[in-house]
Ligand binder design. Structure first.
Ligand code: HPA
Ligand code: ZN
Length: 326
């Protein structure tokens, strides 16, 4: 079949990618050496062997350990250039990239160091390869709302270098309502709003993200299927769901890719598309997600077209920019 070729060649947007989750083990060890950071793993193979996850938290523990090697502006730049170089190979024309500043400021890294490194890579990648890339500042939901508010305030000197805010990390026990005030403040500032919801958490968390936070997209959202009224609401409002099949598989959100509900959600009229989440940890970049999901579920060329179209229409780029892609 020529379907994998179509999936790889079609222009697409990636809207759910954590830049810290693009750090490959080889780059983690190179940065550890450059910065004199001690890692609790002997070598690349030992680190990779630890990538056997049972749920979201078991992944997050290793993901935050990997991010501990990021200290200098150049580290953030090198990580982001490596991701964007890889995204261009996958025919990604637009990337909206999450970064987790609290993971770094907590270790004494300045907000400006983080954002400048990320921004410089987005600019250089655009100039060299034509890819359009923007940043979304994501709050860690296991920390307090006060901490999120302080993080947003610390990022305001760099307000023109990110387009929105998101919400990630440990979902269960940290409902969206915990962050109502900081999302209201972000909205006042003209920032675009997204949140992880319904990855492991119940449909009530998706309702909470929509109603309490006023988000414009839901990250993951795969648990929405358990609530028929929510499904109808998502279809009527045209709310995009940034689905990540290999992430769901590796974090045991689904038992098997053949069981993944993306085809059902697409057929139900939801604006879903395919993303990689944390490609260095989950065994594949965005095209690997498309190819493996299609092989497992038997979707065809019409589904491929609709998913790529959904991805491009769900970006926060201007309508003029979107018209050039769709
Ligand atoms: N869920 C929650 N937090 C995250 C994820 C995710 O899939 N990836 C990186 N941080
Ligand atoms: Zn995610």
């Amino acid at each position: 079949s020529r379907l994998p070729l179509l999936l790889r060649a079609m222009p697409k947007a990636e809207l759910h990618i954590h830049i810290e989750g693009s750090l490959e083990p080889e780059l983690i060890f190179a940065l550890a050496e450059r910065n004199g950071v001690d890692l609790p793993y002997a070598d690349v193979e030992a680190l990779r062997a630890a990538y056997a996850f049972t749920d979201l938290q078991s992944f997050l523990d290793i993901y935050y350990a990997g991010a501990s090697v990021l200290l200098q502006e150049e580290d953030f730049y090198d990580m982001t250039m490596a991701y964007l170089r890889r995204a261009v190979q996958d025919n990604v024309v637009r990337a909206e990239i999450f970064f987790d500043p609290q993971t770094h400021t907590e270790r004494g890294v300045a907000m400006g160091t983080i954002i400048h490194g990320l921004t410089r890579a987005c600019r250089d990648a655009h100039a060299q390869w034509g890819i359009s890339a923007e940043l979304i500042l994501s709050f860690l939901r296991h920390l307090s709302e006060e901490d999120a508010i302080a993080t947003l305030e610390a990022a305001l000197p760099f307000r023109d270098q990110f387009i929105g805010v998101g919400l990630d990390s440990s979902e269960l026990g940290h409902p969206p309502e915990k962050f109502t005030r900081v999302f209201a403040r972000a909205k006042q500032l003209g920032l675009r709003l997204v949140a992880h919801a319904g990855e492991e958490g119940p449909p009530a968390y998706v309702w909470g993200a929509l109603n309490a936070l006023a988000v414009e997209r839901i990250d993951h959202g795969v648990q929405s299927e358990k609530d028929a009224a929510l499904m109808q609401h998502l279809v009527e409002r045209g709310i995009p769901l940034t689905v990540c099949p290999l992430s769901n598989l590796k974090l045991c959100v689904v038992d098997d890719l053949t069981q993944h509900n993306l085809p059902r959600m697409l057929d139900a009229g939801l604006k879903v598309m395919v993303n990689s989440d944390d490609p260095a940890y989950f065994g594949g970049y965005v095209n690997d997600n498309y190819v493996q999901l299609f092989a497992a579920t038997g979707m065809g060329a019409e589904h491929a077209y609709q998913l790529a179209r959904n991805s491009l229409e769900a970006t926060f780029a201007s309508p003029q920019q979107q018209a050039a892609w769709v």
